[in-house]
Design a protein around this ligand. Structure first.
Ligand code: S3P
Length: 190
């Protein structure tokens, strides 16, 4: 029998070939990506990185100030740049901004960056968690709860399409979420 060609053998290649050995957290604002991510990184012995913090560093100003001075589009460009940078290394827990899935160019980068987990929470839990922080320009509206619901509805299918698994954090403490996430990352990343 003739030898199979490389192309015919392509299905034997592992599905995660070319994917970095990182854990990537996506999800709406206030779902705990950064606070949980920091704990998970510690537990896995990984480096913690946060695309929002990278953008703040690139721009030399707060996210609210970037939106005010240069607009959301510029923020999104810097965010893609930060994500691209994250795809260059292994051993990271990467917390992303809640809107990263809104840019189609980021979808392939997310897959390349690592094992993608989607953190969710109910809208009123989100509001409760974000109300102490004013560096979220998209929520500076007259009715932030309605804004959360609308934005979430416009993004939910994008989160679903980009994620390998989902964790609902609504009734979980940071420690509980971090514990569950560390366990599933150990399994997914081997
Ligand atoms: C945004 C979420 C924020 C930040 C920016 C825009 C969004 O990150 O990137 O304010 O579009 O949902 P967090 O999800 O870390 O709050």
């Amino acid at each position: 029998m003739a030898q199979a060609t490389a192309a015919e053998n392509a299905s034997d290649t592992p599905p995660n070939q070319g994917r970095r050995r990182n854990l990537v957290l996506i999800g709406f604002m206030g779902t705990g990506k950064s606070s949980v991510g920091r704990r998970v990184a510690e537990s896995l012995g990984f480096q913690f990185v946060d695309t929002d913090q990278m953008v703040i560093k690139y721009a030399g100003k707060s996210i609210a100030q970037i939106f005010a001075d240069e607009g959301e589009e510029r923020f999104r460009e810097l965010e893609t740049e930060a994500l691209r940078r994250c795809t260059l290394a292994d051993g990271q827990v990467i917390a992303t901004g809640g809107g990263i899935v809104t840019q189609p160019r980021n979808h392939g980068l997310l897959q390349l960056a690592g094992h993608v987990v989607w953190l969710t929470a109910k809208p009123d839990t989100v509001l409760d968690r974000v109300s102490r922080n004013h560096d979220r320009p998209l929520l500076q509206t007259d009715d932030p709860l309605a804004t959360i619901r609308d934005l979430y509805a416009s993004r939910v299918e994008l989160y679903r399409a980009c994620a390998a698994e989902e964790i609902d954090t609504t009734n979980l403490s940071l420690e509980e979420t971090a514990h569950g996430l560390s366990e599933s990352a150990r399994i997914a990343l081997g």
